[in-house]
Ligand binder design. Structure first.
Ligand code: ZN
Length: 394
């Protein structure tokens, strides 16, 4: 087992851990440990909500969740010799749940507190608890399905530079200003409430808390990309914006459908991740990887080969309005069409919504040029169901 650089005690909040992690992005959050290129190490992670969701049948913890606490991250890890302009190479060697916590959760956030992709249709909180059996998972809240997960970090990233952070804050403020009272908000701006900033204290804590970016969206540093195939065997090439790179990770998922449509999210779990790091000096310019990370998924994923595929187009379900090549609306229609179908098989709408968020659902853009409709598809593996879900001729 590799050396554990970051340990978590699941009974304590992130700021009370032996080494406190963080839940904001800022270049001045101090590193918790340093490694050399070539090193292998283990990081333990709490679940993204910092333990707010309990293994029970009551969804009130999802309804009342404090989203200003998310995502609690382990790190930052300083990589010696890494400088802006380099590529930080990160291999995901292994990933799994912690021995005392072999379960995870998925939820539908209430519209007033977080929302989700289909919040107009499912505005109330709901929760499903998932038990792990080796590589398989099933939920007492959604009988009739069982599948193999693809464990991955929902969130892994490097620190932004001060310049890059200023850019994020500027552009996201502009967006929020378009409709400042919208629920859910168009973006989540810096907010000192419930900020955890590693070992920072006093005036320095206050300054950083006012500027630090929330961790909700993916950005140039990687972050909350929620790429379900980023499992063991994957390699990530991060552009480096600060000295040491300052790598952080969290929001581990047992499994997720493309799009992570419920927002809470995948099958969320506490766990460990083993990493190997290396550096390509001057790699950003050399490979033209200057803006966002590049990923090389590993060879490990469940062998599902038979799918039922639902499509959606850029016509919204409320007014029947024609939109122009809008893939967001098209993907929503694909999801709604799949949910309608799964309801006929005996699932509730909420259960179907959570199946699409958790199972290894493949999302695709079929076409993005055939004006005026984008065509988005979601493919559901048929083998995850106890029953045969294919339409019958008689
Ligand atoms: Zn997540």
């Amino acid at each position: 087992m590799p050396e554990v650089l970051f340990r978590v005690d699941l009974t304590k909040p992130m700021e009370e851990q032996e080494l406190p992690g963080h839940n904001r992005w800022h270049p001045d959050i101090p590193a918790v440990a340093s490694v050399n290129p070539g090193d292998v190490f283990r990081i333990e992670c709490k679940d993204w909500t910092d333990g707010q969701i309990k293994n029970n049948d009551d969804p009130s913890d999802i309804r009342d969740v404090n989203l200003k606490r998310v995502h609690v991250l382990s790190g930052p890890i300083w990589v010696n010799g890494v400088e802006p302009g380099d590529l930080l190479v990160v291999d995901i060697l292994d990933i799994g749940p912690l021995p005392q916590a072999e379960w995870g959760f998925n939820g539908i956030f209430a519209r007033e507190n977080g929302g989700g992709f289909l919040t107009d249709h499912y505005p109330d909180a709901a929760k499903s608890i998932w038990d792990f059996h080796g590589i398989y998972t099933s939920s007492r809240h959604i009988p009739g399905i069982r599948f193999a997960g693809i464990m991955h970090p929902g969130l892994i990233g490097v620190a932004p530079s001060h310049d890059l952070l200023d850019k994020w804050n500027y552009r996201e403020k502009q967006l929020v200003a378009r409709n400042p009272n919208r629920i859910p908000a168009l973006a989540n701006l810096p907010d000192p409430d419930s900020a955890v900033l590693g070992s920072l204290k006093g005036a320095e804590f206050d300054r950083v808390a006012m500027e630090a970016a929330r961790t909700i969206p993916p950005r140039e540093n990687g972050g909350n990309c929620d790429i379900k195939n980023l499992s063991k065997g994957s390699r990530i090439y991060f552009p480096v914006f600060v000295k040491g790179g300052k790598l952080s990770v969290g929001d581990l998922h047992f499994s997720q459908g493309d799009g992570e449509i419920t927002f809470c999210g995948a099958i969320e779990m506490a766990g460990y991740i083993d990493l190997h790091v290396d550096v390509i000096k001057g790699g950003m310019a050399k490979y033209g990887i200057t803006k966002n990370p590049v990923f090389k998924p590993g060879p490990v994923e469940p062998r599902y080969s038979d799918y039922l595929v639902f499509e959606g187009i850029s016509v919204d379900e409320f007014s029947g309005k024609q939109h122009y090549l809008n893939a967001h609306i098209a993907y929503r229609q694909a999801c709604l069409n799949a949910i309608e179908y799964l309801k006929q098989l005996g699932f509730t709408g909420e259960q179907a919504y959570m199946i699409l968020g958790t199972a290894p659902i493949e999302g695709r853009i079929g076409g993005i040029v055939d004006v005026p409709n984008a065509c988005c598809t979601i493919a559901i593996p048929t083998a995850i169901f106890d029953q045969n879900i294919i339409p019958k001729l008689l």
